[in-house]
Design a protein around this ligand. Structure first.
Ligand code: 4AD
Length: 440
């Protein structure tokens, strides 16, 4: 619309007559006044119509929840109104009237019902706020890498081989052949890093994980970076800088959304001012088993053994103990993927780290230095029972100018959930894919 304005910029138009295009979120009638709560995707404003307005009053009365409309009126500052502004409505142009009951009435619904109606659920203020925080996470990741001279590059989704183990592959019939949906773009980013120096991408990742937890999606988005001539320490520094940058941006630019989500932002702010904690896998094992001693004794939680990965309770205990993000470093080689560089003073371990967030949000980043020696890589493929053939091009990277390099993958939904302070990853992506959930 020619003179349409958006609700988020309403403050610039006080005293002016404006046109707002959107949807009716709610309507209340109080004697001779009606309050129309209108949303336009950028925010919510309260519109007011009085009986003296005649036909407009009747038009307002006929509006139903989520009907689309265009309203013209004057903006007034009003501290009592939600958002601090009010629209004195002069004209209503109904675009489409919702007939019958809107499925998501303004009351409590169960998660199953809401997920079935995800296409409508995302219109509610809380869900829209989360998606705006997600946008900020995505955009700030791009800006961070861009400012540091990284080249955005892409990895294929259809792949002939596994990156993160063969147990979570989604198989696709690729003409007469088999292909797999990518679990991670890493192997391809290693190739583009050797071509372009430092690269990143934000792309979808697929894991046929049968785990039905709050922290697992079968399709999620990962921000991955790969840097040639980069080693373990520098890799961790890059991750810490990135996470702090994203948090700082969200706090600065999405304060309104975080308030809507009732996020306690002091906790996020405090993280910006101190270095992330670090603990070796070996020490973290002892620590977690000690922290969870009572629960282990009561049989509620498993005691972790050498070589085992953390489950949700272990990650939560670790996060709570440090009260800030913590890098868990140097895992046993056998519990991680085939491509990780051994630790020089103890080749049983690898130069890898997972970043565990605070407040129980669990692992948000997995990263490592990659093997640069061709013979070692071949040996590792054999040890992991992987055939060489689909990886010949990957082995080539060590044949032709092999160099130390490192990188990581950050789970976009995990980081968004943590920043937004939401419980379940399913709300941090527009259309979640989970075990038993493929619709809408
Ligand atoms: O630790 P992961 O498996 O690491 C990789 O895939 C590496 N190849 C990345 C790299 O080095 N380029 O996964 C990275 C991150 C995890 O820390 C987690 O945040 C997220 O991806 N993630 C998931 N998020 C949602 N649902 C799942 N099922 C996830 N699995 C991993």
């Amino acid at each position: 619309m020619r003179d349409q304005i958006y609700i988020e910029e309403i403050g610039k138009h006080v005293g002016q007559e404006v046109l707002i295009c959107g949807w009716l979120y709610n309507r209340r009638e109080k004697g001779k006044i009606q309050f129309l709560i209108i949303r336009d995707g950028t925010g919510i404003i309260q519109g007011v119509v009085t009986q003296a307005d005649g036909a407009v009053f009747e038009e307002a009365r006929a509006l139903t929840q989520e009907s689309s409309l265009q309203v013209r009126g004057t903006i007034r500052e009003d501290q009592r109104a939600p958002g601090g502004y009010e629209l004195q409505i002069k004209e209503i142009n109904r675009v489409q009237r919702v007939e019958g009951e809107y499925p998501i009435a303004l009351k409590e619904h169960g998660p199953g019902f809401l997920l079935d109606h995800r296409h409508l659920w995302i219109r509610t203020p809380r869900q829209a706020a989360i998606l705006r925080v997600r946008h900020e996470v995505m955009q700030s990741i791009r800006d961070f890498f861009d400012q540091r001279g990284f080249i955005a590059t892409e990895a294929p989704i259809l792949t002939p081989s596994a990156c993160e183990g063969t147990t979570t592959l989604f198989e696709v019939d690729y003409f007469e052949d088999k292909a797999y949906l990518s679990q991670s773009g890493q192997l391809y980013l290693e190739a583009t890093a050797m071509a372009l120096g430092k690269v990143y991408w934000i792309g979808p990742a697929f894991r046929a994980e049968r785990s039905k937890t709050r922290k697992h999606l079968t399709e999620f988005w990962m921000a991955e970076a790969e840097v040639a001539f980069c080693e373990h320490e520098e890799n961790l520094k890059l991750q810490e800088d990135l996470v702090k940058y994203v948090i700082e941006r969200a706090l600065a630019r999405r304060a309104r959304e975080l308030k809507e989500l009732e996020r306690k932002t002091e906790i996020l702010e405090s993280i910006l001012h101190e270095p992330f904690a670090r603990v070796t896998y070996e020490d973290s094992l002892k620590l977690v088993n000690e922290l969870l001693r009572e629960k282990i004794a009561a049989g509620e939680v498993e005691r972790l053994q050498w070589g085992e990965d953390f489950g949700a309770p272990h990650e939560e205990a670790l996060g709570a103990h440090f009260g800030r993000p913590v890098f868990v470093e140097f895992f046993p080689a056998k519990m991680k993927a085939f491509y990780m560089e051994p630790k020089p003073d103890n080749p049983e371990l690898v130069l890898a780290a997972d970043l565990v967030a605070s407040e129980g949000y669990g692992e948000i980043i997995g990263g490592s230095q990659r093997i640069s020696d061709i013979n070692l890589l071949r040996a590792r493929l054999r040890e992991f029972g992987l055939p060489e053939e689909p990886y010949t091009w990957y082995i080539d990277l060590r044949q032709y100018g092999g160099a130390p390099h490192a990188g990581f993958g950050l789970g976009v939904e995990r980081l968004t959930s943590w920043i937004a302070g939401i419980e379940h990853l399913r709300e941090a992506i527009p259309f979640p894919r989970m075990l038993y959930r493929l619709r809408p």
